[in-house]
Design a protein. Structure first.
Length: 354
C-alpha cells in the first residue's frame, strides 16, 4: 500500500484521483480480504490530508467505493486540514474544497487537525524547537487512541456528536501534553486537565470557540479518574467559563471514563501520565476554519490560477463552482444551527451523562 501511494503522489487532486483510479481496484481487494477476516466489522478509519493530491483525490475515490461496497458501515476521518500560515502546496485550497465536497455525503464524522496548531503545541508544551512529523504524529496518535479506547478496552461511551449529517466536524483537544522532564515534577489533577481542554491554544485546529456555540461536548478520560472528580471539574467549568450551547440542545456534557492509562512511545517526547482527557466538541466556531479556506479558494479561483492543471487531467471547470457552492452551503448550515441560541443557554441546567 505504501509503495502504491508513494508512486502516485502529486500536488493536484485530479492527478491523485485519476492516477489512483488504476489502483483503487487493488486497494478494494485488499480491504475486502481484511473485512472477511473480521467477525463483526464496525467501520473504517481513514487518515489523510485535505491539501495533498493523493490525500484528497485518492481518499475521495476510496470513500465513494467504500460507500458502495459496505453500505452503512461507519467511516470516520482523521484529516490534516490546511494550516492558516503553513502551506505544503500552492493548490491546497482547491484540493481541500474539492475533497470536502466529494466526501461530505460519505463521511460520518471527520476529526480535523492542522499542522500549525500541532507545531505550536509541540513547541510550547514539549520545548521542541523544530518538531518533526514523528513528533506531530505521536501527538495525533494520542487523540486517535483516546477516541478508540472505548472500543478496544472496557468502558462505556454513548454519545452523539453529530446532530445533522453535514455538521460532522468536531474539534479535538487533548491534555495534558507534557514532556517527561516536567511530568517528573508535576502530576496534573482532573480539574487541571479538564480546564486545559477549554483553552484555544490546546485545540488541534486554529479557531476560537468563544466565537461559536456548542452543539455537543464529549470528554473522554483515561487512567486514574473517578466520576466525583469529573463532576466537580465540570461544575467549575460551567461557573467560571462562558460556555454557550445552542438553545435546542441540552447543556449536559457527555463523559466517558476508561481506566486503562494512556501509553506512550518509549523514549519519546510525550510523558507517561496517570490520567489524560480528550475533548470532542461540535461547535459552530469551526465555521471559521471553513471561511478561511473558502477565502483562499476565492482569491485563486477569481484569477483561474492553476485551474488548467485540473482541466488537463480531465476535470471540468464547473466542478470547482459546484464544490465552492457546497462549501458556502456548509458555512450557512453552521450559521443556521447557531442563530437561534439565546444568552443564558450556558447556565448548565442539563444533566451530564456518564
Amino acid at each position: 500500500m505504501q509503495s502504491v501511494l508513494q508512486s502516485g503522489c502529486s500536488a493536484d487532486r485530479s492527478h491523485g484521483r485519476r492516477f489512483c483510479e488504476e489502483l483503487v481496484d487493488l486497494v478494494q481487494e485488499r480491504i475486502r480480504k481484511l473485512a472477511e477476516m473480521c467477525t463483526g466489522l464496525q467501520g473504517f478509519l481513514l487518515f489523510h490530508s485535505f491539501g495533498g493530491g493523493t490525500g484528497s483525490g485518492f481518499t475521495s475515490l476510496l470513500m465513494e467505493k467504500l460507500s458502495v461496497d459496505y453500505g452503512k458501515k461507519s467511516k470516520l476521518e482523521f484529516s490534516i486540514y490546511p494550516a492558516p500560515q503553513v502551506s505544503t502546496a500552492v493548490v491546497e485550497p482547491y484540493n481541500s474544497i474539492l475533497t470536502t465536497h466529494t466526501t461530505l455525503e460519505h463521511s460520518d464524522c471527520a476529526f480535523m487537525v492542522d499542522n500549525e496548531a500541532i507545531y505550536d503545541i509541540c513547541r510550547r508544551n514539549l520545548d521542541i524547537g523544530r518538531p518533526t512529523y514523528s513528533n506531530l504524529n505521536r501527538l495525533i496518535g494520542q487523540i486517535v487512541s483516546s477516541i478508540t479506547a472505548s472500543l478496544r478496552f472496557d468502558g462505556a461511551l454513548n454519545t452523539n456528536l453529530v446532530p445533522y449529517p453535514r455538521i460532522h466536524f468536531p474539534l479535538a483537544t487533548y491534555a495534558p501534553v507534557i514532556s517527561a522532564e516536567k511530568a517528573y515534577h508535576e502530576q496534573l489533577t482532573v480539574a487541571e486537565i479538564t480546564n486545559a481542554c477549554f483553552e484555544p491554544s490546546n485545540q488541534m485546529v486554529k479557531c476560537n470557540p468563544m466565537h461559536g456555540k456548542y452543539m455537543a461536548c464529549c470528554l473522554l478520560y483515561r487512567g486514574d479518574v473517578v466520576p466525583k472528580d469529573v463532576n466537580v471539574a465540570i461544575a467549575t467549568i460551567k461557573t467560571k467559563r462562558t460556555i454557550q450551547f445552542v438553545d435546542w440542545c441540552p447543556t449536559g456534557f457527555k463523559v466517558g471514563i476508561n481506566y486503562q492509562p494512556p501509553t506512550v512511545v518509549p523514549g519519546g517526547d510525550l510523558a507517561k501520565v496517570q490520567r489524560a482527557v480528550c475533548m470532542l466538541s461540535n461547535t459552530t466556531a469551526v465555521a471559521e476554519a471553513w471561511a478561511r479556506l473558502d477565502h483562499k479558494f476565492d482569491l485563486m479561483y477569481a484569477k483561474r490560477a492553476f485551474v488548467h492543471w485540473y482541466v488537463g487531467e480531465g476535470m471540468e471547470e464547473g466542478e470547482f463552482a459546484e464544490a465552492r457552492e457546497d462549501l458556502a452551503a456548509l458555512e450557512k448550515d453552521y450559521e443556521e444551527v447557531g442563530v437561534d441560541s439565546v444568552p443564558g443557554a450556558e447556565d448548565g441546567d442539563g444533566q451530564d451523562d456518564f
